[in-house]
Structure formats: C-alpha cells, structure tokens
Design a protein around this ligand. Structure first.
Ligand SMILES: [Zn+2]
Length: 299
C-alpha cells in the first residue's frame, strides 16, 4: 500500500522490460514503484508461465504482451503469489487464450476478500483508482490442492502453497533446474514486511517458519514481491527482521509497555536500523500483530 500520494509518487504502472535473471527465468523489475510487483516469467521449450499480473486490466495487458513476446506462440500459463490487488487483479488479461492456475486457498481468499480489497485500494488516490477501473475478479481455469508442478519443457515450475503468513493463500514458485524462487510478499527487498491491518489470515509466527522453509530450498536467485532481485540472503534478511520485531515486541510487552508504546518504540528503532528500507509505516502494524499474539500466548 502506498504512502500518502504526492506528485512525486510514480503511477502504479509496470514500466520495465523483462530481464533474464537465470537461464529461461525473467523478471519485469518493479523499479521500486509502490504497488508495482516484480513480475516473473519462466520460459520452457513447450510453455511459458507468468507469475503475478500487476494491478488492473491495463497492467495485466502490459505483462501479457511481454510474456507473449518471450513465448513466441507457446501456450501461456498465469499464476499469482497471492490475491492482493497489485499481484492478482490484472489476471483478467489472461482469461482468454491462457490458462490461469491458483491454489484452492487463493480462490477462497479471492472470493472472501477480493471485493473488499478492491474497494479499499480505490481510496488510495487517483493514480491507483485509475488502474483499478474496469477490474473484474476472474476465476482461475484450474484450482489445485496440495502442490503442483507445471512441465514447461526443459524446466519446470513448482507451485507450492505456504499460507498462511502474509496471506492465507501465499504461494511460491520454484524452478528447481535453475534454483530460482519467486516469493511474492513473503519476502521483500529493502522494504518492511507488509501486515495488512485487520486481516485475520496474517500470521507473523507462521511467516517466520515459512521463511525458514524457503531458506531450506537453497535458492540461487530470489525474486521478492517488491524490491531488488538477490540470492538466499534476501530471505535471511527478511526473516531476521521479523524475528527481531517479534523478540523486541515480546520483551517490551513483558516489561509492561502498552501496545501503542511498543508500536512507537519499534517504529523508531527499525527506521534507525534500516534507513534505506521503504514503507516504514508497516513496522507498527507488524509490532501490533506480535503484541496481540504475545497477549494470546500469556492468557
Ligand atoms: Zn501482498
């Protein structure tokens, strides 16, 4: 979600061209523009998979055009890392002539929360509302249970659900041949972890455990939901931040600090520790989540 919109805030539009980060694996970099995700494209000899669609039909079209160029006529698949608007609400551009694949939890979550998120995001200023015009929340062609592997020809894409953490339907995409991992918002690069307020499916404790599991995949290339592409160190940094946020929240709560005091103190301290990270407004939401969790544990 964006900070207060100013004239200097670039419109949430996919601007860049695909960059090959490993053999057959491409990223359309977000350029660190708020509400633009890193979009993945994995090309095999028989099919091409797109990971995340961008926000709204026009971004979806931009992503589709890049994918079609790389596919040169090969069949297209689309999946999303999670249902959030900037990752999933461009999916309608793939309704015809491509195959949309979600996990079951993503479908349930889209049904339960999609309309509410659409309404909320439309209040985030003109530039965001503009991209959300004519959005249709479309159903996938395939909804899977468990995990699924798409054979793309010469390389495969493993779609692995890891919810709940950032959302109920969190899914990573792993290309084992190249050890490339697309994480969605489970991992951000130089950006604070996003805890959507009031969403009952966010779970900071499970989130940390999920990141430990992702580290065990030993990825060589990690494509975060937002921010620069890196190696496994990007996951480690994201996990260590959440662990520190949790530990400090528990410590301050144990000393009798109120929720507001904990949120303010950690907001101050984390900004100091990570002066070059984006979206510091999420620190307090994370601290409040761990504060509530600590309260549940002690009762
Ligand atoms: Zn998200």
């Amino acid at each position: 979600m964006p900070e207060v919109e100013t004239d200097a805030t670039p419109a949430p539009v996919v601007q860049n061209s695909p960059v090959e980060v490993s053999d057959g694996a491409f990223v359309i970099p977000d350029g660190r523009v708020p509400l633009v995700p890193n979009v993945g494209i994995v090309r095999g000899s028989r099919a091409v998979l797109v990971v995340d669609a961008g926000m709204g039909p026009r971004n979806g079209e931009i992503v589709r055009r890049h994918a079609e160029e790389l596919a040169s006529g090969l069949p297209l698949f689309l999946t999303v890392t999670h249902f959030h608007p900037e990752h999933g609400f461009g999916a309608q551009a793939f309704s015809d002539g491509a195959t949309i694949v979600y996990n079951r939890e993503q479908v349930d979550e889209l049904h339960a929360k999609g309309a509410g998120f659409l309404e909320k995001f439309r209040t985030f200023g003109h530039a965001v509302a503009e991209q959300l015009e004519d959005v249709e929340l479309v159903e996938p062609h395939l909804a899977y249970e468990g995990a699924v592997e798409i054979a793309l020809g010469g390389r495969s894409a493993q779609l692995r659900p890891f919810g709940r953490g950032h959302t109920l339907g969190d899914q990573v995409v792993f290309v084992p041949e190249e050890r490339v991992l697309f994480t969605g918002d489970l991992v951000e690069s130089r950006c604070f972890a996003i805890f959507p307020p009031g969403d009952v499916d966010v779970d900071g404790d499970r989130w940390i455990a999920v990141l430990e599991q992702l580290e065990r995949l030993e990825p060589a290339v990690v494509v975060p939901g937002h921010g620069e592409v890196g190696d496994a160190g990007v996951i480690v940094t994201a996990r260590e931040y959440l662990e520190q946020l949790r530990a400090e929240t528990r410590r301050l709560a144990g000393e009798g600090a109120s929720e507001d005091e904990v949120a303010a103190e950690l907001d101050r301290r984390m900004r100091e520790l990570h002066p070059d990270w984006a979206q510091p407004e999420w620190i307090a939401f994370g601290a409040r989540w761990f504060y509530a969790a600590a309260g549940r544990e002690s009762t």
